[in-house]
Design a protein around this ligand. Sequence first.
Ligand SMILES: *[C@@H]1O[C@H](CO)[C@@H](O)[C@H](O)[C@H]1NC(C)=O
Ligand SMILES: *[C@@H]1O[C@H](CO)[C@@H](O)[C@H](O)[C@H]1NC(C)=O
Ligand SMILES: *[C@@H]1O[C@H](CO)[C@@H](O)[C@H](O)[C@H]1NC(C)=O
Ligand SMILES: *[C@@H]1O[C@H](CO)[C@@H](O)[C@H](O)[C@H]1NC(C)=O
Length: 681
Amino acid sequence: MALKKYIALVFLFVASVNCKQAYKICVAEQYLKACEEMLEVPTKSKAVLKCIPARDRMECLSYVQQRQADFVPVDPEDMYVASKIPNQDFVVFQEYRTDDEPDAEFRYEAVIVVHKDLPVNNLDQLKGLKSCHTGVNRNVGYKIPLTMLMKRSVFPKMNDRTISPKENELKAFSTFFSQSCIVGKWSPDVKTMRTWKSQYSNLCALCERPDACDYPDNFSGYEGALRCLAHNGGQVAFTKVIYVRKFFGLPVGTIPANTSSENPDEFAYLCADGSKVPVRNKACSWAARPWQGLLGHNDVLAKLSPLREKIKQLADSGAATKPEWFTNVLGLSEKIHHVADNIPIKPADYLKKANYTEVIERGHGPPEPVVRLCVTSNVALAKCRAMAVFAFSRDIRPQLDCIQEASEADCLKNVQDNGSDLASVDDSRVAAAAKKYNLHAVFHEVYGEKKKPNYAVAVVKRGSSIKKMEDLRGKRSCHNPYGSFSGLDAPLFYLINKKLINPDQCIKNLGDFFSGGVCLPGVDKAENNPRGDDVSNLKKQCSTDNSPVKCLEENRADVAFVSSADLPNFDKSKYLLLCLNKDAGGTSWFENFETCNIAMAPSRTWLSAKDFLSDVSIAHTPLSLAQLLADRTDLFNIYGEYLKNNNVIFNNAAKGLETTEKMDFEKFKAIHDVINNCGVA
Ligand SMILES: *[C@@H]1O[C@H](CO)[C@@H](O)[C@H](O)[C@H]1NC(C)=O
Ligand SMILES: *[C@@H]1O[C@H](CO)[C@@H](O)[C@H](O)[C@H]1NC(C)=O
Ligand SMILES: *[C@@H]1O[C@H](CO)[C@@H](O)[C@H](O)[C@H]1NC(C)=O
Ligand SMILES: *[C@@H]1O[C@H](CO)[C@@H](O)[C@H](O)[C@H]1NC(C)=O
């Protein structure tokens, strides 16, 4: 008895100690399960970890700041964001390095390599030379040289406001160097890229395939830039140290030297002060990208050793098989999984010692261009500001700026008056808003796995004889609620447009057409039926559950009018779509909703004023952000709930952003007008 009690006490004691000492690691909620699997991994260290789920890495930063979590694995760019949070006490206390270079201070150091006899003794003299780069937008081959060169007065100014920031950069390089090889995707917009590649074609002249000027190119990438220097007429190459050493057959960190046909004695590093250093010697760099690492709050320093040991042991134990937690929870990778302790350091200082802060903050010369997004609530303002810092840290320009107005209409007016650049409008009102405020649509949300606009669709049972709307006369229907595009506007417009019902008293006529009975949720609400018409037939097929899915399942209707977004809720083996957009009618599989539907539904759309900045420039920041986060919602989930609020800036259901070329706003307006004219509130 006494022994049992004793054991119980010991157990309680151990449990409470463990509990007190549990280190809380913050993880994007999509990886919570992987994190919990990590907790099961046996290690020699008895330190206990606990997984704290957050929306994404950005929310993790505020969790760590507020002590809801103790630490989170981050990239240098996240450290920059962290350093900008007011009143934080963050420290970087462990670095993630490679096995090849476990003692290197930085992940990579940016260097300039030249032929040893090149007659230059300061950086200004790089003007007019032939240059070799890794590729567009990359760190050591593009961003870092640009950051350093733009400080020199001989480098062309990049503040021409009639062209976009990116074009300013390309134009400056194109003017400064006589020929270069800078491959890659110069713009997210294909048309723009083509124009630039012909306009600034000397930036592709040194490539293996100047016409393509894209990957793969023998003279692009870290090693390719050196090949370009040694064998394709290049005079200066921008790359990183480790590749220089490999290229010239010199040992790297723990890896012994290989033989190389390249002669290291012919080449030298060009240092920031204009001096040259043989490539056999220690390199002089001008900036570096720091390692990724672990960021915690200041209180973890008091109990750091057990945590550090635990992380190292986890990294070692996952290195062979690389389970999901290894990459998605700890942020390690095939190459980078050597965990090194560093003297704890503030994130701002960590970046500064690599000269990386100025690389992140790289501008284009005053006045810096901004794109101003208009929002209508405090929480949207907070989210917009968070997006602005995040996008800035990841080199997306122009900078996002956030303007708050009281309402959607105020925002539209503000854009018209050049107080902001972008405001959003929902539903069918885009065309009307564009006319009223002299604006035009620039980009819109897309939805679902396929990242497409939504469509209004009609769902019928497989095996039914229904092929056309006419076949539905006298039958029964279920709808998404009153006021929805898919449930009411689109089917009603269709019926009126095809002259199947009369536009006067269209709601009543809808009930007469589907004389078997209708379920149109909300039709009997006072605000939707101010005259108190008899709408009993339009409620007849409803039950306690208003969902059109249940309605079809329970055989209360022959057709359901819903959105393509609702289709995953139906059993697709039992139903088909009715192709009302085709004159011949017919049915098709759910997967084909883009070609078999009633009409495309309007998405939330952003409008800008005519004749100010070009669309490419205005849309560049939001579209680049959406592209960057397309498969990295763990970094920043800009869609979905924000601080417990729904539909903040973007709809929760959105999955991406697209330019508006395929949207027919006039059609939306026509639908809207017909519906309004027939007395629907
Ligand atoms: C790349 O260029 C180098 C130097 O011109 C040449 O030796 C090599 O064969 C090329 N490699 C490929 C894959 O084209
Ligand atoms: C030498 O060659 C081996 C095999 O190709 C490679 O794994 C290693 O990284 C090379 N070492 C250096 C310093 O480039
Ligand atoms: C940072 O810049 C200074 C001055 O230009 C340079 O001497 C130093 O080597 C740079 N640091 C790194 C890590 O490249
Ligand atoms: C719009 O406002 C911005 C910011 O105040 C200003 O720089 C720009 O010149 C204005 N554009 C026009 C066309 O008035």
